[in-house]
Ligand binder design. Structure first.
Ligand code: HEC
Ligand code: HEC
Ligand code: HEC
Ligand code: HEC
Ligand code: HEC
Ligand code: HEC
Ligand code: HEC
Ligand code: HEC
Ligand code: HEC
Length: 419
């Protein structure tokens, strides 16, 4: 190797002192700490790297000999020096340790050692093997030289940071141009109920990119498995959908279950508007007057009527509570009514009117009872108010009477003295 001209001996000596504290000599760090740009950056970054914390050094990935200062020797291929790792060689390098259960489990007994195996089944892995360096390799997702534990919130694979990590390529039209796949996943996902739950409400059970695509096996879920992907979290919905008349027809048409109606990346808050009216998803396939169209319209009517009834009784109970009336039991019951509404929305996925009508009628019964309870409370309040007014009047009258009486008592001797 040649061209060590820019290298400063003073800094070299400083670098020499640093690793002495750690014991073994590390000529790689000593020398690279005094270099510039890309050659020195790894030494700084490496202080926050999980591998450094576990006692690994530059040579564990790059090879070479850290005990000699002569760069030609230290970085000689004869000493196993690999140089800068080529992109297509990275996964194999990481796998040398990460597929070795004996080694990894010494550090972390339950750790998975299938990352490389999984990776090879992914679109990324297959492309890379075919020589396409534009596909993601291990360091595109985990970074390099400052690799952190995956649970660390600063790690690029942490659920909150992962969308941006994937977006570096997938939202970059130039990078993805030759593949002719959409580049809108990031933008769409950021509008979704899932990102909303994850980022704004801190709900880590909501999916980030890898929850649906897998950590290392990144492939789009196949048409047949989409419902199962969503169903890992929405099990009830998957169960109903898979027994519904749509499951076999959608599968036969090559349509991807839940995604047909909810989308994949831009899953928006669902509402009755999906069932009937101008933005109904059903109308993509069912004419308004057809069997399917009628079912949609009827389900929407049922759900809307329950929603309205619950709102009416909920509002009334709210007013009663704010004016100090005891309505806690009715409020509990109201909560059950709201659960019936949730059940009705789940039951939509049977795609049968009867399945929705059952919870709707249960809920309507509850709503009418709680509305009555609210009216009772308000009646009681009016009664108490009237009672209060009467007692107030009585008190005022009594006080006025007393005052007159006092005056007349006080007034008598006074007028006698005047006379
Ligand atoms: C005495 C200084 C010195 C020592 C010791 C040294 N390096 Fe280097 N290293 C350099 C310089 C200068 C370059 C850039 C010159 C070049 O690429 O020809 C470089 C380049 C590299 C590169 C990038 C190669 C490329 O192809 O871009 C890697 C990786 C590297 N060193 C790792 C190591 C490792 C690992 C060790 C220890 C085994 C080590 N170095 C020891 C000075 C040193
Ligand atoms: C866990 C494995 C690993 C360890 C440990 C490691 N490196 Fe690297 N290093 C890599 C990989 C992989 C690349 C190629 C990164 C890429 O493609 O961007 C790389 C690239 C480099 C480069 C080339 C940078 C460039 O942009 O051209 C240098 C220099 C380097 N490493 C030096 C070091 C030094 C010095 C250490 C110790 C402080 C170190 N590395 C520790 C894996 C490692
Ligand atoms: C497309 C992005 C991506 C690529 C490529 C990738 N990883 Fe990961 N990796 C992840 C995600 C996401 C996690 C899980 C993070 C979490 O648990 O929150 C993860 C987790 C890990 C873990 C922790 C243990 C585990 O399996 O959960 C290790 C170790 C790991 N990856 C190593 C690798 C290695 C080695 C490679 C290359 C063969 C690689 N990764 C390639 C995204 C990636
Ligand atoms: C010389 C062996 C070795 C090499 C090479 C290696 N690792 Fe590791 N790595 C380990 C060990 C040991 C641990 C600690 C065990 C653990 O936490 O899983 C670790 C931890 C990790 C973790 C943290 C896992 C967690 O639990 O959060 C990630 C991520 C990781 N390595 C990624 C990589 C990537 C990416 C590469 C390739 C650039 C790589 N490793 C190369 C040995 C290695
Ligand atoms: C370094 C750039 C890069 C990063 C980072 C990256 N990818 Fe990719 N990804 C690609 C390329 C290139 C392809 C190949 C596209 C193709 O063949 O259609 C691809 C393909 C895919 C595919 C298959 C698409 C298809 O239908 O062919 C999925 C799914 C995917 N990536 C998901 C992810 C996820 C999720 C992440 C983050 C965890 C991620 N990718 C990170 C570059 C990247
Ligand atoms: C809620 C699950 C889910 C999440 C979260 C998710 N995806 Fe997807 N993704 C899918 C499904 C399902 C498909 C393809 C199946 C379909 O729509 O027919 C897909 C397809 C893709 C494709 C193939 C090209 C395309 O758009 O059809 C890429 C690339 C991709 N996703 C990347 C990402 C990235 C990057 C993220 C994070 C920003 C992400 N996905 C988040 C479910 C998800
Ligand atoms: C990793 C778990 C997970 C996966 C996978 C997942 N979701 Fe979700 N989903 C959630 C969580 C958590 C919420 C937020 C629930 C809330 O609002 O309280 C949610 C919310 C929703 C909502 C809005 C519910 C509401 O009441 O507003 C819909 C619709 C939805 N997901 C559909 C899907 C579809 C379709 C898929 C597959 C493409 C999917 N989900 C995959 C966990 C997941
Ligand atoms: C044929 C269209 C269609 C399919 C397929 C479908 N859904 Fe729905 N989904 C709807 C409609 C319509 C609503 C809204 C009902 C309402 O609010 O009145 C909804 C509502 C939801 C909700 C919110 C329920 C609530 O409490 O507000 C979730 C979560 C959900 N669907 C998940 C899924 C999952 C997971 C799948 C796949 C297993 C799926 N859906 C398949 C049409 C569909
Ligand atoms: C992507 C197209 C598509 C969408 C969207 C869709 N359906 Fe269907 N639906 C079908 C097909 C195809 C059948 C089977 C028709 C048959 O077997 O004659 C079907 C069957 C039905 C059936 C059984 C009765 C019948 O017509 O055979 C009902 C009820 C139904 N759908 C209701 C709905 C409702 C409600 C929605 C909206 C929430 C909806 N569908 C959305 C395509 C769709």
């Amino acid at each position: 190797m040649t061209g060590f001209g820019s290298y400063a001996p003073g800094v070299f000596l400083l670098g020499l002192l640093l690793p002495l504290q750690l014991g073994a000599k590390d000529s790689c760090v000593e020398c690279h700490a005094g270099l510039e740009g890309n050659l020195t950056a790894p030494t700084q970054a490496f202080t926050s790297d999980v591998h450094q914390h576990r006692g690994f050094r530059c040579v564990d990935c790059h090879g070479g000999d850290a005990s000699v200062d002569d760069p030609d020797d230290s970085m000689s291929p004869r000493r196993g020096f690999l140089g800068k790792i080529r992109r297509t060689d990275v996964p194999k390098l990481c796998a040398r340790c990460h597929s070795d259960a004996g080694l990894i489990h010494k550090f972390r007994p339950q750790q998975r050692v299938d990352q490389f195996a999984q990776y090879q089944t992914s679109v990324h892995g297959k492309r890379l093997v075919a020589g396409d360096a534009a596909a993601a390799n291990c360091v595109d997702c985990h970074s390099v030289h400052d690799i952190r534990e995956v649970k660390d919130s600063r790690s690029p694979v942490h659920p909150l940071r992962l969308p941006e990590t994937c977006a570096r390529c997938h939202a970059d039209a130039a990078h993805m141009a030759k593949y002719k796949i959409p580049t809108s996943q990031f933008e769409d996902y950021r509008k979704s109920v899932h990102w909303e739950a994850l980022a704004r409400r801190g709900d880590l059970s909501a999916p980030s990119c890898a929850s649906c695509h897998g950590n290392h096996g990144a492939t789009p879920p196949q048409v047949q498995s989409v419902a199962a992907v969503c169903g890992t979290c929405h099990a009830l919905f998957e169960d109903l959908y898979s027994k519904s008349p749509h499951q076999p027809v959608f599968a036969g048409m090559g349509l991807a279950g839940c995604v047909v109606c909810h989308g994949n990346h831009a899953v928006l808050p669902p509402s009755d508007a999906l069932l009937a009216g101008p933005s109904a998803v059903c109308s993509q396939c069912h004419e308004e007057g057809s069997a399917g169209g009628k079912v949609g319209a009827e389900m929407a009517r049922g759900i809307a009527s329950l929603e309205a009834a619950l709102k009416r009784s909920g509002d009334l109970l709210g007013v009663a509570k704010r004016s100090g009336m005891e309505v806690s039991e009715a409020l509990l019951q109201h909560h059950e009514g709201q659960e019936a509404l949730i059940k009705a929305r789940v039951a939509v996925h049977n795609f049968e009117v009867q399945a929705v009508n059952q919870p709707v009628s249960d809920g309507l019964k509850i709503a009418s009872q709680t509305y009555e309870a609210g009216q009772e409370a308000m009646k009681e309040r009016r009664f108490r108010r009237a009672g209060l007014a009467v007692s107030l009047l009585t008190i005022v009258a009594t006080m006025a009477g007393l005052r007159l009486a006092v005056r007349s008592i006080e007034g008598k001797p006074k007028s006698a003295a005047d006379g």
